[in-house]
Design a protein around this ligand. Structure first.
Ligand SMILES: NC(=O)C1=CN([C@@H]2O[C@H](COP(=O)(O)OP(=O)(O)OC[C@H]3O[C@@H](n4cnc5c(N)ncnc54)[C@H](O)[C@@H]3O)[C@@H](O)[C@H]2O)C=CC1
Ligand SMILES: O=C(CO)COP(=O)(O)O
Length: 331
């Protein structure tokens, strides 16, 4: 895999493109915004989405989807709610047999579909699928700080090839065969990061944070197993690893949104101030609907959804969680 296409030049697409260049690959990064394309090619910067990170001059950006599809593997890095529309444009341009690597973290709100379901439905039949997930803030990856992630695929040998293509001394992918497990962890942790931010912003204490992380991981695991994931995946980088990172750091857009909510600010006001995507907002609703449909108990995700999307007041949401019946810990 020498030539890598990257679809989406937000923070994560740009950082992944940069790390693939560092790994010695020829990389073409597609951006929908012509100004971003020009800036990457001319100034070797993406000031809009990845400020303060000088980019390798060998990184080439393009406004032409077809040019990014001329690749041995294509990383899909557009926000979850836009992925289907972009895949529809990609489908006629797709190089047969080229793996699609999902790097977005979310669940489609309109359908409850995982990102792999979306891609499977829209890209040509037989396209090998993989998922890259794990604890990885884009700015740190772009700067070459040490990072470990999971690359999962259900097609023999594909994850291993991607590990070889993208891995460097400081960007360290581990391969896995559990595609569903890897992507479920990445999607649901965003909702739990909002919850953790809320409790931090509201000053509910360190005990509450530990309780939330632990019970949150139990929610990820319950849903992930029901969708077909392997239990041990949720203890790995794409599960516990990403939850620990995202739900404890102000670098996270999801955590910082939760923090502001916990301090009493309104969702609309917080969202109006940011251009960056905060995936957990839509995913809270998507995951809560999915859990309800499958009869899976996910009280923390449901609480975030009630607060964000159904107008429930914060004290009421917290009270609802604190007055749940006592129960056995496992299961
Ligand atoms: N930023 C990070 O540290 C990480 C992000 N991710 C995931 O990567 C995905 C992309 O996030 P970021 O690169 O951070 O985004 P971002 O917040 O930096 O940028 C937003 C992106 O959305 C695109 N966009 C806006 N409207 C669009 C539309 N209508 N159609 C298609 N694209 C549109 C913009 O062009 C831009 O590329 C998300 O699912 C996120 O969860 C995963 C790991 C790390
Ligand atoms: O997924 C991420 C880190 O692994 C990025 O999280 P945020 O989208 O909350 O910034």
């Amino acid at each position: 895999m020498q030539r890598i296409g990257v679809i989406g030049a937000g923070a994560w697409g740009t950082a992944l493109a940069q790390t693939a260049v560092r790994a010695g690959r020829d990389v073409v990064l597609w951006a929908r915004d012509a100004a971003v394309v020009d800036q990457i090619n001319r100034d070797h910067l993406n000031r809009e989405y990845l400020p303060g990170c000088p980019l390798d001059p060998a990184l080439v950006a393009t406004p032409d989807l077809a040019a990014a599809c001329e690749a041995d593997a294509v990383l899909l890095v557009v926000p979850a709610q836009f992925l289907r529309a972009v895949c529809r444009d990609l489908a006629p341009l797709w190089r047969p047999g080229s793996p699609a690597v999902l790097c977005s973290k979310g669940i489609e709100l309109s359908s409850g579909a995982l990102m792999t379901d979306v891609v499977r439905a829209e890209l040509p039949a037989g396209t090998p699928l993989a998922c890259l997930s794990g604890p990885s803030f884009a700015a740190e990856v772009a700067k070459g700080l040490p990072t470990a992630v999971t690359i999962a695929s259900d097609v023999d040998g594909v994850a291993e090839q991607l590990v070889q293509a993208l891995g460097t001394r400081t960007f360290r992918p581990y391969h896995s065969a559990d595609l569903i497990g890897a992507e479920t962890g990445g999607a649901v942790k965003n909702v739990l990061a909002i919850a953790c931010g809320i409790l931090e912003g509201a000053g509910l204490g360190d005990n509450a944070r530990a309780a939330l992380l632990t019970r949150g991981l139990a929610e990820i695991t319950r849903l992930g197993i029901a969708l077909g994931g392997q239990p041990q995946t949720f203890m790995g980088l794409s599960g516990m690893g990403d939850l620990m990172l995202t739900a404890t750091s102000m670098q996270s857009r999801n955590f910082s949104l939760g923090f502001a909510l916990g301090q009493g600010r309104a969702l609309a006001e917080i969202l109006a101030e940011r251009k960056a995507v905060t995936e957990g907002v839509a995913t809270a609703a998507a995951v809560t609907a999915l859990a309800r449909q499958r009869g899976i108990d996910m009280p923390l995700c449901a609480a975030v959804d009630a607060l964000l999307n159904h107008g429930q007041a914060l004290p009421e949401v917290i009270d609802g969680l604190l007055t749940r019946p006592f129960r056995q810990e496992q299961g």
